[in-house]
Write a protein that binds this ligand. Structure first.
Ligand code: TXA
Ligand code: MG
Length: 335
């Protein structure tokens, strides 16, 4: 249910100032990005970061992404290899997160990094996020603004639903253009390793690296959520992005009592993209799952082609299906 008491405001200059004041006081702000909405705090403020973990009910061994204005700010926080620079210059601002060795000058608190000696950094591709970070002059952590293990919010109203009581205000940046979280790539020695699929496709990564004659990226091993080891990147946790409804994948049609989430020309309760456009489907995915989850207890999902953004969409759907219908583990390690 939407928390109507939390202000949802357009990112005008006076609102950005108010958001910056709140962050400086150690409060949290709902932040639009091009991927999904984030729950923002000052990355250097361990108390504020602790509030982020609490609001998300997120385990503290799951590190956060530091959001910066540009590569120059990122280089004050983390150490870039040539491959990392190549990827940053190609995809920033945009849906790419780089996991890099932490720099000596890093100001991101250790709690945000979950004590690791690496840091995840990203330059978000949304003007409101860039304006707010520029105003602050320092990195903001912004995990997806959902409670841990649930669907990421792609609208300001969904942020209010998820974490409304915990934020001072929500900047309304409209619906998220990409709709899937950023692709997480580790450049920490060895070939670049994809830890989470997302808004930048594997094909685009491979092409960027091949163009510069760097090593091809490898897909990080997806660990099972049942493993008691800390996952390499907790976004890989199998129980993640879960609606309350039970999900049935690769469905050609709905069974009685099921909603059908379609793709391509077909009769469906909601259609991710009637024109079979994967970018449109990605942008609609979380919002439509959220909408169907409100009205149905069972959701059938049409097959999605595996190439391009389809890989990340299918990844999220598999995790949602694994964690849906009350099958979610209580000690979820999702983010
Ligand atoms: O698109 C996005 O990335 C969104 C928007 C708001 O920027 N943020 C987001 O944050 O999805 P979050 O916290 O929900 O997911 C961050 C992912 C997690 O899977 C986390 O485990 C991984 O990045 N991560 C963060 N720091 C890491 C590190 N040092 N090593 C490996 N994985 C890391
Ligand atoms: Mg998340």
């Amino acid at each position: 249910m939407t928390d109507v008491s939390v202000p949802i405001l357009p990112p005008m200059p006076d609102v950005l100032r108010r958001a910056a004041d709140a962050l400086r006081r150690g409060d949290l702000v709902g932040l639009p990005t091009e991927t999904v909405y984030g729950l923002a705090a000052r990355a250097s403020d361990a108390h504020a970061v602790a509030r982020v973990y609490d609001a998300k009910e997120r385990p503290r061994f799951n590190p956060l992404i530091a959001h910066v204005t540009d590569r120059a700010m990122a280089e004050t926080q983390a150490m870039f290899s040539d491959e990392a620079r190549c990827l940053a210059d190609k995809f920033w601002p945009g849906p790419l997160t780089l996991v890099l060795p932490v720099a000596a000058t890093c100001t991101v608190c250790s709690l945000a990094r979950a004590g690791l000696d690496t840091l995840a950094v990203r330059v978000p591709g949304h003007p409101a996020a860039l304006d707010l970070i520029a105003h602050m002059g320092e990195p903001l952590v912004a995990p997806s603004a959902n409670r841990s293990g649930r669907i990421s919010p792609t609208s300001a109203a969904a942020v209010a639903d998820e974490v409304g009581p915990h934020v001072e205000l929500i900047l309304d940046g409209g619906r998220c253009r990409v709709g899937l979280e950023s692709t997480v790539v580790a450049c920490t020695g060895g070939p670049p390793t994809v830890l989470r699929q997302g808004g930048v496709t594997l094909e685009a990564l491979a092409e960027a690296l091949a163009g510069a004659r760097w090593r091809a990226p490898v897909l990080g091993q997806v660990r099972d959520a049942g493993e008691d080891q800390v996952p390499t990147s907790p976004g890989q946790s199998l129980r993640h992005y879960a609606p309350d409804a039970a999900l049935r994948l690769d469905a050609r049609q709905a069974e009685p009592g099921e909603a059908l989430l379609g793709f391509g020309p077909m009769t469906a309760t909601l259609n991710l993209s009637a024109g079979a456009d994967l970018a449109e489907a990605a942008a609609n995915l979380f919002g439509m799952l959220r909408a169907l989850d409100r009205d149905y207890t069972r959701i059938a999902v049409a097959p999605i082609p595996p190439q391009g953004l389809g890989a990340a969409i299918n990844d999220r759907l598999r995790r949602a299906a694994a964690g849906s219908g009350g099958a979610r583990a209580s000690a979820s390690d999702a983010g």
